[in-house]
Structure formats: structure tokens, C-alpha cells
Design a protein around this ligand. Structure first.
Ligand code: C2O
Ligand code: CU
Length: 477
């Protein structure tokens, strides 16, 4: 028995210690040093399976045809180091395949439910009519099919798809049902941003696994926090990166956990922070890009960032970290392959600014289950909103946050946050569909429903709060 399995144990042990970042690094160096020399007999080399404490990052397959099928079913996934886990998947993939479409395409999707319980797909961030929105009352039973048919009217952005049944959304998303939905348009194409293997979706979440490697989900009203991070369903992932610019499409797919992302080199004498060039968020490109060293993002939020590995020495390791939990999320390993990049490094986009609201609405996120004192009733319409009119919506909470507030049917613009963190962050500019409301914060947004009329929902995207009833129906008319 070589030293490797033992070292692996040390790594897993350290993993539970918050802020073990630098220790982990030295541990990995030890692992590399401990690799068997090439002269060792093959028989013994073959027994050594764990050569590397980290696993190659899984990149889900893409669906580029606008007509496609999605099937939700139980299955198994390998999350790394030979660990097989029982999950729920779309098309046998964890996370689900990445759908790629263009503005103006017409999506024809046939959804089949092969789960042992009712479900429905919601296209988070997509502007679709209520019949295609996948709301709680639209769930289909085991064995049934739902046909979606809608035009893509959104601008370029990273959206996503996930289940939306009432009271079981947390469990279904946690079990693995989520995938990225990328939209492209001419404005984005003109920027020649990184593409192909240089554009990487990163679905970030947490999970707890039992001894046999299967997900454990035992939420309380206050939420659920997994003990291990996963990126694209991979535990302790790494990605080999060429010396060039990459575009990362980040989606926070956790049920409750808020991440504070940071990039740091881990094999230099001192950790050096590497900035993200933030170019976009939920609703696509931002009015202007900026460099950010830390970005705080909550369940449902998306980020579009460029990272330039071009000036780093080959074999430099750059760690994507979560400052909140003290987690190493994903290690980028710089190779000695250079690739030229001639696309944009800074981005501007002219985004129409909503202004002059003609009505105001106030929503208090109360406790762990109510909005304005009420639990969700899927058969009750809580309020009416006139079509095509700009309104000012205020979200406030006194506690039990974070409450990531999400609205279907329109994007909004965040205009102020008072209390708590007391400011609007650069990644909250432009168009949003989720905004984080922390304890004692009041957040004002401007919103205008000018795509479709009909019934939509607004809810807390901490999925356990949503399941508890922190959701409302409203009708645009
Ligand atoms: Cu991402 Cu109503 O949900
Ligand atoms: Cu909440």
C-alpha cells in the first residue's frame, strides 16, 4: 500500500476545516511528490488509482437544436474519484445538458416525467408566456409529457432550467435537476468573446453525501447547507487551462447557500488575487464591465466573467474559492499552450433604463415562509399588475435571510439597497431576475411587464423558503 490513499484521507479531513486553503495546497504538493516513479513495476502502479486529489471538471453536453426532448429520471453520476452517487437527472446528465439557443429561435421542447413524483420544468430567466413558464399548478405526473413551444425573446444571457413543483422544488433541484440555458445574439457575437473550449459553464452548488456517496437532504425551515461544494457535479474539480482568456458562465444552483467568489493563485509564496473581469449577470451584458476581486452571489443568480490566464507561468494553479465557507471550489491548472485572443476585454452595452414608476408595491419577506404575512396558495391571485407600466417594487426583511427574491415574467433593475450591506453591487446592475435581500435590508427595483399577460409568480429562491410557502401569484393584465 503506497502513501496515496492515506494522503487522500488527510485531504478529506482537512477539507472540513474552514480556511484550510493554504494547508490543502501543501498537501497537494506532497501528493505530487509521492507519485510512483516510472521505474516501479506495472502491477503495483496499476493498484494506485488515486494519483490526484482532484477530479477533471465535468462539462455537460450541449443541445444546440431548438427542438429537443428533456427527460427527468433517477440515475447515477460519477462525481469524481470513482464515487458514484444516486441523483435525479435531465437526460441522464448531472447537471443537465446545456441548452444553447439564439434570440429569435423557436423552442420546441418535449418534457417527460420519469420521476416517481410530479414535476414541471421552469425556464428561469426566460421571458415566456404563462403556459410555457412551468409554474407549480402545471406539474405533470409520473409518465406524463408536457410540450413547450415558445419564441426566444430574451437578449443573450445565461439562464437555466429546473423543476418548479410546490413543496418539492428544494428536493428536486438538490437531487440534481438543473441545467444551463445559454442565449446568444448579435450584440454578443460582435464582441468575439471566448468560445468553444474557452467558454465554460460553471454550475456551483453544495451537497452533503452519506457514507455510500449518496445525497442527503434533510432541510429545516431555515434552509439546507450541504457540506461539500460541487462544480458541474464534480467534487474537488480541476480544469486545465491554456494561457489565454476564458469566459466562465457561472450559475449558482444551490438551494440556500450564498457564495462569495474569489480567484487566487495557490502555488506562489504568497496568495495573489486574480481579478474577474465581470461582463454580465442574470440579464446578459452589463452597461460596463469592471474588474472584481470578490463577487457575492446567491441561489439563482448568474455571472459572466472573463479570466486572463495569458500572463501566468505554465503550471501555475489558480483556485476559484468561496470566501464565505472557506472552500476551494475549482482549481485551474495553467498549461504551456498559448492561444491568442483577439476578442473584447472590456464590454459596454447600452441598456434602456427604467424610470418614472407609476405605482409602488411593498413586499415584506416574513420569517421563513410568508410574503406580506401570507403563505402561498396556488389558486389565489395575490395582486394585479398593469401590462407595460413601470412600477417600483420594494422588498424588505427583518430576518431569516438570505432571501434571494426572484420574479417570473419580466427582468428588473435594482435601484437601491438600504440597511444591511447598504449598496447596489456592480454585478447587480443591468437586468436582473434574482436579487439578494439579506437581513434588515430593503431593496428597491424597477420592473415593467411588457412581454406577456397572465399569471406569474414571485418567490424566495432559497428553495426551502419557497417550499414553505414564500411565494405569490400575480396577474399581468
Ligand atoms: Cu429559478 Cu421560480 O425559479
Ligand atoms: Cu427566503
Amino acid at each position: 500500500m503506497g502513501p496515496l490513499p492515506k494522503s487522500r484521507l488527510v485531504v478529506s479531513g482537512l477539507w472540513t476545516i474552514v480556511a484550510a486553503v493554504s494547508l490543502l495546497t501543501s498537501c497537494e504538493t506532497t501528493l505530487t511528490d509521492a507519485l510512483p516513479s516510472p521505474q516501479q513495476p506495472e502491477a503495483s502502479a496499476a493498484r494506485v488509482i488515486v494519483r490526484d486529489a482532484r477530479n477533471p471538471l465535468f462539462i455537460p453536453a450541449t443541445i444546440t437544436n431548438s427542438s429537443f426532448g428533456l427527460t427527468a429520471a433517477p440515475g447515477t453520476a460519477t462525481i469524481g474519484s470513482g464515487t458514484t452517487t444516486s441523483v435525479w437527472q435531465y437526460n441522464g446528465s448531472f447537471p443537465g445538458p446545456t441548452i444553447v439557443a439564439k434570440t429569435g429561435d423557436n423552442i420546441l421542447a418535449t418534457f417527460q416525467n420519469k420521476l416517481p413524483e410530479p414535476t414541471i420544468i421552469h425556464w428561469h430567466g426566460m421571458l415566456v408566456d404563462p403556459a410555457n413558464d412551468g409554474q407549480p399548478h402545471q406539474v405533470i405526473r409520473t409518465g406524463e409529457t408536457y410540450n413547450y413551444n415558445f419564441p426566444v425573446i430574451n437578449r443573450a444571457a445565461l439562464n437555466w432550467y429546473h423543476p418548479h413543483p410546490h413543496m418539492t422544488i428544494g428536493k428536486q433541484v438538490y437531487n440534481g435537476l438543473a441545467g444551463a440555458f445559454i442565449i446568444r445574439d448579435a450584440e454578443e457575437a460582435a464582441l468575439n468573446l471566448p468560445t468553444g473550449k474557452y467558454e465554460v459553464p460553471l454550475v456551483i452548488r453544495d451537497i452533503s453525501l452519506d457514507k455510500s456517496g449518496n445525497p442527503v437532504y434533510s432541510p429545516t425551515g431555515g434552509g439546507y447547507f450541504g457540506k461539500t461544494p460541487l462544480v458541474n457535479g464534480t467534487k474537488d474539480p480541476y480544469l486545465d487551462v491554456d494561457k489565454t482568456v476564458y469566459r466562465f458562465r457561472v450559475l449558482i444552483g444551490s438551494t440556500s447557500r450564498v457564495f462569495k467568489l474569489k480567484l487566487s493563485t495557490t502555488n506562489l509564496p504568497t496568495n495573489k488575487e486574480i481579478p474577474f473581469t465581470l461582463i454580465g449577470n442574470d440579464g446578459g451584458l452589463l452597461p460596463s464591465s469592471s474588474n472584481q476581486t470578490q463577487i457575492e452571489v446567491c441561489p439563482g443568480e448568474r455571472l459572466d466573467v472573463l479570466v486572463d490566464f495569458g500572463s501566468l507561468d505554465p503550471s501555475t494553479k489558480v483556485m476559484l474559492q468561496d470566501v464565505n465557507a472557506g472552500w476551494n471550489l475549482l482549481e485551474f491548472r495553467v498549461t504551456n499552450t498559448s492561444a491568442s485572443y483577439s476578442g473584447a476585454l472590456t464590454v459596454t452595452s447600452s441598456i434602456p433604463t427604467l424610470s418614472a414608476p407609476v405605482a409602488k408595491r411593498f413586499f415584506s419577506f416574513d420569517g421563513m415562509s410568508k410574503i406580506n404575512g401570507k403563505l402561498y396558495d396556488m389558486h389565489r391571485i395575490d395582486f394585479m399588475v398593469p401590462f407595460g407600466q413601470t412600477e417600483l417594487w420594494t422588498f424588505k426583511t427583518n430576518g431569516n435571510g438570505p432571501h434571494p427574491v426572484h420574479i417570473h415574467g419580466a427582468s428588473f433593475q435594482v435601484i437601491s439597497r438600504t440597511g444591511g450591506r447598504g449598496r447596489v453591487f456592480p454585478w447587480e446592475r443591468g437586468w436582473k431576475d434574482v436579487v439578494l435581500v439579506n437581513d434588515f435590508e430593503t431593496v428597491d427595483v424597477l420592473i415593467r411587464f411588457d412581454a406577456y399577460k397572465g399569471v406569474y409568480v414571485m418567490h424566495c429562491h432559497k428553495l426551502e423558503h419557497e417550499d414553505n410557502g414564500m411565494m405569490m401569484n400575480f396577474e399581468v393584465k
